[in-house]
Design a binder for this molecule. Structure first.
Ligand SMILES: [Ca+2]
Length: 247
C-alpha cells in the first residue's frame, strides 16, 4: 500500500513542518526591537558644569560635586532631595542631596562609572539615612499608547557604608507613566559594581516624566553608596509593528 507524500515527505511530517514554520514566524514577528532615537538627554551624566561654584563645591579626591536641591549643574536633569537635616546651601536649598562624580577614573574612591567617566551617587557624599537620598528626573517626548523600554545601571559597593546603619539594603525606585517599580542594589564584595536593569512602560501622554529615586528597601531600611548611570529610554516595536505601522 502506498502512503501519500509531498516531495517524498509523509503527510504527518509536512504538517509538523508547517506548524513549526508558523510558530517560528509568530515568534520572529513578535520579537521586540529597540527603535528610534535615544530619548533621554545626558543619560550618562557626562555633561554639565563640573567646576566648583559659590553654591556647590567639588571635593577633590573622591572628585564629587556636592549638589544642592534644584541644582542645574548636571544638564538636562532635575535633581531633588531632602539632603541632610539642618544642612543648607547658601541659597537656602537642601545640601548634599546627591554627589555628582565628575572624574571617576581619577577618584580616590575607586568607584568607577558604568559608562563614560561620570555618574551620580544618589546617596550624597556624607553618610545619611537612605530615606534622605536624592532623585533625578527628566521629561521625555513620548507617543501615547506606544511601548518603551527603560534601562539604567545601579551602582553598589562594599565600601562607604553609613556607620550608623546596620545594613546596606537600598534600592532605586522608578516612577514613570503611572507605574512604580523598585530595583534593589546588589550586595557586592567589589569596590565598584554595576547592574543594568530594564523596565517596559506604555506612554499615556506626549510628555512622560521619568523619575529615579534612591531609597531604603522597605523592610530593611539600609544605607550606603547608591550609584546611577547610563539611563536610556528607547521605543520598543515588534517586527510586525515595524512593517505595518512604521513603528
Ligand atoms: Ca556616565
Amino acid at each position: 500500500m502506498r502512503t501519500s507524500s509531498v516531495l517524498g515527505l509523509r503527510w504527518p511530517i509536512v504538517v509538523l513542518l508547517i506548524v513549526l514554520l508558523i510558530v517560528v514566524l509568530y515568534i520572529v514577528i513578535n520579537v521586540p526591537l529597540l527603535r528610534g532615537p535615544e530619548l533621554v538627554q545626558n543619560g550618562s551624566f557626562e555633561i554639565g558644569n563640573a567646576q566648583s561654584t559659590d553654591l556647590e563645591n567639588v571635593i577633590g579626591g573622591p572628585n564629587c560635586k556636592i549638589l544642592c536641591n534644584a541644582s542645574d549643574s548636571v544638564f538636562n536633569w532635575t535633581v531633588s532631595g531632602p539632603g541632610h537635616a539642618g544642612d543648607l546651601c547658601l541659597n537656602g536649598q537642601a545640601r548634599d542631596i546627591m554627589c555628582w562624580v565628575t572624574d571617576a577614573t581619577g577618584s580616590t574612591s575607586k568607584v568607577t562609572a558604568a559608562d563614560g567617566n561620570r555618574l551620580v551617587a544618589l546617596s550624597g557624599i556624607f553618610g545619611k539615612p537612605a530615606n534622605r537620598y536624592g532623585s533625578v528626573s527628566q521629561d521625555i517626548p513620548t507617543k501615547p499608547g506606544q511601548l518603551y523600554e527603560l534601562s539604567f545601571a545601579i551602582g553598589s559597593t562594599a565600601k562607604f557604608i553609613d556607620p550608623t546603619s546596620t545594613t546596606r539594603d537600598v534600592e532605586i525606585r522608578v516612577d514613570v507613566a503611572g507605574m512604580t517599580k523598585a530595583f534593589p542594589a546588589a550586595q557586592t564584595q567589589e569596590v565598584s559594581h554595576w547592574d543594568t536593569n530594564t523596565m517596559r512602560f506604555t506612554a499615556r501622554d506626549q510628555v512622560t516624566t521619568l523619575r529615579l529615586s534612591g531609597e531604603p528597601q522597605p523592610r530593611l531600611g539600609g544605607s550606603g553608596y547608591l550609584g546611577i548611570d547610563n539611563v536610556s529610554v528607547r521605543r520598543l516595536c515588534t517586527l510586525f509593528m515595524v512593517v505595518w505601522s512604521d513603528c
